[in-house]
Design a protein around this ligand. Structure first.
Ligand SMILES: Nc1nc2c(ncn2[C@@H]2O[C@H](COP(=O)(O)OP(=O)(O)OP(=O)(O)O)[C@@H](O)[C@H]2O)c(=O)[nH]1
Length: 305
């Protein structure tokens, strides 16, 4: 997917334009036009090339990367570098009287920009670790690697809340499902946390496989997963949850060193958005529905035994 700098990165695009325009205005404010004979065209080509290349890199970043901290650091860093380079370029036409404040500070934004760019590259490097695991996962409009669970590669609850808030503004029906693995504490106790983590990873893969491209799957907490289904009716939601539940109960998970496969079952709950719903309201309703399902199952088990 390509991003539109004027839609997805409005703030950054405006900031870069503002930096370029202010470099010109500041140069023109005190600057005196040089005589044609004094202009060094070779310098203009060199310095103009630096400005053009920096703007091209900024443009490439803006169309390639989703909004987020890394993009912000990189674009602002390159923007500040471009600001210094533009002052240098305009200097070729508009001579600054010596000792004006502009000639004293003109080179400062460049090193500050390089510090920003370096911070951005460091964050990018960290993000890549998470993304390597998450390559095939879906994401909505934001990329924040702190919001991805390192065990499953799925987004965490905070991310889901952000997407949920955005989707609730869309005025389309959406469904939110909770899928909670049954007896996971016992599984951990019997086979250990490492196997437990592996099970969580496999379950995540299975859920992704059973969801549509538009759904957002996240690990809500412990052994509880949530699926946000935008533009989905209650009937479609029920069908999707039933498919996930069925896939889970048919998945023969092989525990290390065990002869027989372990089959998992899940307690599921599904709620749909209502007029005027907030993300908090909808999550609270889902939580209550999940607890009710768990309670119902416990009472049913007691009645049978
Ligand atoms: N392996 C592993 N276990 C985790 C992780 N996070 C939470 N847990 C464990 O998940 C278990 C969740 O316990 P419960 O909420 O009682 O879940 P449960 O045993 O499935 O109970 P029910 O959902 O009521 O069937 C606890 O034992 C936690 O220690 C994790 O990242 N990895």
């Amino acid at each position: 997917m390509r991003f539109n700098p004027f839609i997805h990165h409005r703030f950054l695009t405006n900031a870069v334009i503002a930096l370029f325009v202010s470099a010109f205005i500041l140069s023109a404010y005190d600057g005196e036009r040089k005589a044609l004979a004094d202009i060094s065209w070779l310098d203009i080509v060199g310095e103009g090339g630096i400005v053009m290349m920096t703007l091209t890199w900024i443009f490439a970043l803006l169309i390639s990367r989703p909004p987020g901290k890394v993009t912000c650091f990189l674009v602002l860093g390159l923007g500040l570098f471009m600001f210094s380079a533009s002052l240098d370029l305009f200097d070729e036409w508009l001579h600054q009287p010596t000792n004006t404040w502009l000639s004293l500070i003109e080179s400062l934004p460049a090193p500050i920009g390089m510090v920003f760019t370096s911070l951005g590259l460091y964050q990018w490097h960290q993000e890549q670790f998470v993304l390597n695991r998450q390559l095939k996962r879906r994401e909505a409009m934001h990329r924040e690697h702190e919001l991805v669970c390192s065990i499953t590669g799925l987004y965490k609850a905070d991310y889901l809340q952000t997407v949920l808030k955005e989707q609730l503004n869309e005025s389309q029906p959406l469904q939110l499902a909770a899928i909670d693995i049954r007896g996971f504490a016992d599984f951990n106790a019997e086979f250990g946390f490492i196997e437990g983590d592996r099970l969580l990873r496999e379950v995540s893969e299975l859920m992704i496989m059973n969801c549509r491209l538009t759904d957002v799957v996240c690990r809500y907490a412990g052994d509880c997963f949530m699926v946000l289904m935008p533009n989905t009716t209650a009937l479609q939601g029920k069908e999707l949850v039933a498919q996930i539940s069925s896939a889970l109960s048919h998945c023969a998970f092989k525990v290390e060193g065990e002869k027989h496969a372990k089959f998992q079952h899940a307690t599921v709950a599904l709620v749909g958005s209502e007029q005027g719903d907030t993300a908090h309201c909808l999550s609270a309703r889902l939580h209550a529905a999940l607890q009710q399902q768990k309670q119902h199952r416990v009472s049913h088990c007691e009645a049978v035994s």
